[in-house]
Design a binder for this molecule. Sequence first.
Ligand SMILES: [Zn+2]
Length: 237
Amino acid sequence: MNQNKYINEFEIPLAKRTYLKNPNSILFKKLLLFSPFLLLFFSMVSLRLIRNLEAEPFRNLISQVERIHDHRVLGHLPYNEIPSEKLVLIEPNIEVHIDMRDSLLNMKKEAEKDGIYLVFLSGYRSINLQKDIFYSLKSKRNQEASERARVSAPPGYSEHSTGFAIDIGDATQRETDFETEFEKTDAFIWLKKNAAKFHFKLSFSKNNKYIDYEPWHWRYEGSIEALKVFETSNREL
Ligand SMILES: [Zn+2]
């Protein structure tokens, strides 16, 4: 009896650690424990979402930046004017870069051996001459600059100012000079087959997205200097 009484007197109530059983606290603890994993999971999901949703606009943005970066004006790339000491006269009114003279004249000679008579229509053109061509023709034809640019480069943006470009016609079919019909002449057919041997390349092919097809306009790529000049243009094709 005494013993029981003693126990009762000194009975210490058990601490009620109720907070452990509180469902909210358990949830909180669990959340705390898993938070790094949850954070990682949501980051991955968001990243994937961003990638899927914004991949297309992002790519467009990159190509826009590239377009701005290449400094095109109305589809034409900028070209510096050749220093006058590198210009040589190969025919009355036809000047070209000294580096391409021999190759160009050889090509003409070789074509003659095959019964093809090439005629040079236009070689080097100064930026000032290009200015006259671009603006006078634009107003004459009542065209917007953007329309005109499909057939003629704005001043400072013509391959002709480098001395490495040459417009070629067929001496037996002069009516096709500067016309798309030039592609049907024997001269053009011969050029397509042989010009590469002399390091000449058609600048504005039918695939060019900026400039209209010009079967008469060829450029020289047979020297390091010429390759450097046309590097941007070649990179994009
Ligand atoms: Zn041309």
